[in-house]
Design a protein around this ligand. Sequence first.
Ligand SMILES: [Zn+2]
Length: 476
Amino acid sequence: MQNSDLIWDLVDNHRTEFEALSDRVWGMPEIAYTEYRSVTEHTAMLRQQGFRVTENVAGIPTAVMGEAGEGGPIVAILGEYDALPGLSQEAGVAQPRPLPGNGHGHGCGHNLLGSAAMLAATAIKDWLEKSGRPGRVRYYGCPAEEGGAAKSFMAREGAFDGVDIAITWHPSAFTEVARALSLANTRMDFRFTGRASHAAAAPHLGRSALDAVELMNVGVNYLREHVPSDSRIHYAMLDSGGIAPNVVQATAAVRYAIRSRDLKGMQELNERVKQVAQGAAMMTGTTVHISIMSAVSNLLPNRPLEEAMQRNLERLGPIPFDAQDKAFAAKIQATLSEEDINNAYRAVGIPRRQETPLCDFIVPLDVRGEPMIGSTDVGDVSWVMPTVQAHAATIAIGTPGHSWQVTAQGKMPAAHKGMTHAAKMMAATAIDVFSDAELLAAAKKDHQERVGRTPYVCPIPADVTPPLQARPKEAA
Ligand SMILES: [Zn+2]
């Protein structure tokens, strides 16, 4: 019997209780840094499985860590459980139908993400006990992936110190070893201060902060032509200075998200956007206060770990979806456009398969698609240690990320199959690391070569702390 066969049995032994955990978290959607009920569920499960639990990781009340095993290398399995605002949706129906409540919903599948990660960690813990091998596994319950950059703060506070390898996954339309492609991203606020005055009687005495915001946005729109083509700059108005057009607006604020291929490129772009803001302030006789709210790094690949995970996936095979799974996925696909579905195949880099709405195959390691790239705080972990991510199919092909359709599919049998599959991909790869010192050494060497010339510097300034939220009344 190969190691992987035993570890897969150990995953299957626990799958029912972790599917139930995922469903419970789906039913209590909590957004960035308010995940008090979800972290309570995860902490209770860690205790029930016999992990040594550390709460309040990095001073964040909704972060938790559980460790098991003794000595040896340390493998971290990263989980998440935050939801998104505005994506409330009844499960198992293929039409938009929000549930009563706060409007939040698990529109990115993080209920599955956290549960499968802890399922993998639990199976690894069982394997370490059975095999008697030295080694430790840690499950990190990481909050606020959506815009909160919790892992970046956790990395900065040393929460991952001593860990040798990090493994994680994300729910997806396809089953594959994830390509490490994401953009470094900074969220920066620009608050302009001018002088109020009567806009008709004494306009010459006013200095408009709103004009400054508008000029800054115009300036950045011109800047866009002269930045690398994979950079992304977006903005949202925080404060337009009030609703009275007859008052010169004394304050106004705009939030920017600035994304770039790597940390260095992002720092350069940040400076250029700041200069545009200074220019807007000069033109309008206002002042600008600039503050970074959060930032994440780009993802670094790790070839040896990706190859190890791919070998495990090929032995494991595709997810065994059945006719019922496909029938519901077909109903979801009926709510999508042809372009949604074609785009999903184009992104992953394989020809469209008309015959199935669900990924009942596996994607080869080196296909070249046109991945749609966003940003993730796993990026910072990948700068601190060798990191690998799985994707397992939990949603119909073409389902847009962050949509009601993701929430609707989050408790279906297909999603449960996907999360178990992800747990097996992650757990088997961890076992390889414990069993094969050469793999561990190769992963570290690959990592060292990537960061060697540009060592990790946390992109969040030292004085910026996570925007922690008080425990909501309903979670007390
Ligand atoms: Zn996500």
